[in-house]
Ligand binder design. Structure first.
Ligand SMILES: Nc1ncnc2c1ncn2[C@@H]1O[C@H](COP(=O)(O)OP(=O)(O)OP(=O)(O)O)[C@@H](O)[C@H]1O
Ligand SMILES: [Mg+2]
Length: 251
């Protein structure tokens, strides 16, 4: 039987009179990679905020692995395996790459450990950090001050920070935004390896990237789901093409 990692049932989020999300329902299967696309203001980031518990729906239900998490706060969802990155990079710019990763790695462990456990724990922590430096291609930058690096490297670091607690569900908000052309291929490769074996919701305006990274695309417009399907079908969908008129149409 197919396992559903995340499910939205009739989720609605209002900001005053504006319905940023308007009766959104979808089942996100475990281990599948989803692209979430739609024009500016469609409600994509708002949906990610609702799934991460940073914002609560006015109506509707959110389930994670079958359990109702509609009222669960963000930190508990993180512990339950939901990790997210932000549309704007949120690492500590004045700290080094390794320090940023260390903070992220420590979050999942208790700081109150007896010393004989602490030593072993510290070795494990160092191992996790080294593995993440390797995965993100940041080994040579471990002592670099995060804020002084290129935007592409900062995004790689942010992904490393998001991945360190080993989330099973990954919510990514425009991980390629602002990245220079020469860094896009590397960044796309990194997202592909991070996505492996995880349930992923990826918001991305870069159509080639999102189409190549996703098993299924969900299209939003005005807070509603207007289409979903495999990338080839979405590329050819007339409704999808028309909501993108004036923007980058899925080519
Ligand atoms: N905190 C808020 N208060 C009021 N309105 C908001 C708030 N957050 C989002 N909105 C509005 O909700 C709508 C959906 O915004 P959202 O950021 O989810 O869009 P998006 O699909 O992520 O767009 P983009 O592609 O530009 O990032 C927009 O009209 C936005 O102005
Ligand atoms: Mg957004």
């Amino acid at each position: 039987m197919t396992q559903i990692a995340l499910e939205c049932r009739d989720v609605t989020v209002s900001f005053g009179a504006l319905k940023a999300i308007d009766g959104f329902s979808h089942q996100f299967e475990a281990g599948r990679n989803y692209g979430l696309i739609g024009p500016n203001g469609a409600g994509k980031t708002t949906l990610l905020n609702v799934l991460a518990g940073r914002l609560f729906q006015n109506k509707g239900t959110v389930l994670c692995n079958g359990a109702d998490i509609s009222a669960m706060p963000a930190y508990k969802r993180a512990r339950a395996g939901i990790g997210r990155s932000f549309q704007i990079t949120k690492t500590y710019p004045e700290m080094t790459v390794a320090e940023n990763l260390r903070i992220a790695a420590q979050i999942k462990h208790s700081p109150f450990l007896p010393f004989w456990v602490a030593t072993r724990y510290d070795r494990q922590l160092q191992h996790d950090i080294d593995a993440m430096l390797e995965l993100t291609g940041l080994v040579a930058y471990r002592d670099e001050i995060a804020g002084t690096m290129s935007y592409g490297l900062q995004r790689a670091l942010e992904l490393g920070v998001t991945l360190l607690p080993q989330p099973t569900i990954l919510l990514l908000d425009e991980p390629l935004a602002g990245i220079g052309h020469h860094e896009i291929d590397n960044a796309t490769r990194l997202i592909r390896s991070a996505a492996q074996g995880r349930t992923v919701l990826l918001i991305e305006h870069n159509m080639d990237a999102v189409m190549s990274l996703s098993d299924e695309i969900v299209v939003m417009s005005n807070g509603c789901k207007i289409a979903c399907g495999v990338p080839q079908v979405i590329r050819a969908d007339q409704t999808v093409r028309s909501v993108y008129l004036g923007e980058e149409a899925p080519a």
